[in-house]
Design a protein. Structure first.
Length: 155
């Protein structure tokens, strides 16, 4: 159904089997184009927020999909900052926001998603990684823009 509607899935991997299944589906043509894989780390009884596991997942995704495959990492709860730092430093992309973590630090709740995004922007700056514009992000993800809409909806 995704292919018939032109939907590009984000592969949220909570463990290694999700990455391997995505590779199998991709090889069968069930996922078109270059996949976008996101490691979700720090969920209890799933993928731990461990740097050795993180590095192995990067190596695995690049081995299965190619060195230029875009990937992302998300840390749940207190792991969000750590995963943002690891992903940005390693050349990947970072997910941040209140959906995964409500705190800016141990002692204070984040005031908004914007505060968490600004923290990720600071990490990008520290690592000399420019923050993508909307158009650049769409290009990284391999998404087309609907030229008849100001919203840039996905085709």
């Amino acid at each position: 159904e995704m292919i018939s509607h032109g939907v590009k899935p984000e592969i949220e991997a909570f463990d290694l089997s999700h990455i391997l299944k995505a590779a199998d589906m991709h090889s069968k043509g069930q996922i078109k184009g270059v996949p976008y894989v996101q490691f979700v780390m720090g969920v209890k009884n799933a993928m731990p927020a461990d740097v050795h596991v993180f590095n192995y997942y990067i190596e695995t995704v690049q081995r299965l999909f190619g060195k230029d495959v875009p990937w992302c990492a998300a840390g749940i709860g207190a792991n969000q900052l750590k995963l943002n730092q690891w992903a940005i430093a390693k050349g990947g992309h970072a997910r941040t926001g209140l959906e995964d973590n409500v705190r800016i630090n141990r002692d204070r709740l984040a005031s908004s998603n914007a505060e968490l995004v600004l923290r990720a922007v600071d990490i990008c700056t520290e690592n000399e990684r420019p923050v993508a514009t909307v158009a650049q992000a769409r290009a990284i993800l391999g998404l087309e823009t609907d030229n008849q809409s100001n919203t840039g909806s996905i085709k």
